[in-house]
Write a protein that binds this ligand. Structure first.
Ligand code: GDP
Length: 139
């Protein structure tokens, strides 16, 4: 299994609800290493750029408004099969379909405010890591 990096974000609802430590604890217990981390408040334009792949979706305005509504925590996670390991820890997009014990099943209350984001492929991981972090910010 290859060592991969993936981009994780704790969304505004996760930060606002005091779940930063809980989420990071789950990553570390699963063996994922935090290679970079920052808290920031995305502007609407930045949120729209990050989620540009969804620009045709009916929920794009709502999603990007939500994602720019408060601070988020962005992280680079590294480990064996990190992209899938992180997706498994997150659970399905819709918390009602998320497996028991996943972050979204345990904490999400809406399909949009679902606590965490995680890259879904090596290509998106590369793009999303570059969106948040420059070379000097990686250990
Ligand atoms: P993810 O990779 O599991 O985060 O899911 P997607 O890439 O499909 O969607 C990106 C984000 O858009 C999700 O995490 C949700 O925050 C939001 N989202 C997805 N589907 C819906 C929907 O049907 N309605 C709303 N309001 N938001 C959605």
């Amino acid at each position: 299994m290859a060592i991969e990096q993936t981009l994780s974000m704790i969304k505004p609802d996760g930060v606002q609800r005091g779940l930063i430590g809980e989420v990071i604890g789950r990553f570390e217990k699963a063996g994922l290493k935090i290679k970079a981390m920052k808290m920031l408040h995305l502007t609407l334009a930045q949120a729209r750029a990050f989620y540009a792949v969804h620009r045709e979706r009916p929920f794009y305005d709502s999603l990007t408004g939500f994602m720019s509504s408060g601070p988020i925590v962005a992280m680079i996670l590294e480990g064996e099969n990190a992209i899938q390991v992180n997706r498994d820890l997150m659970g399905a997009t819709n918390y009602r379909q998320a497996a028991p014990g996943t972050i979204r099943a345990d904490f999400a209350k809406e399909i949009e405010a679902n606590i965490v984001h995680g890259s879904d492929s090596p290509e998106t991981a590369r793009t999303e890591i570059a969106f948040f972090f420059n070379e000097l910010e990686k250990v």
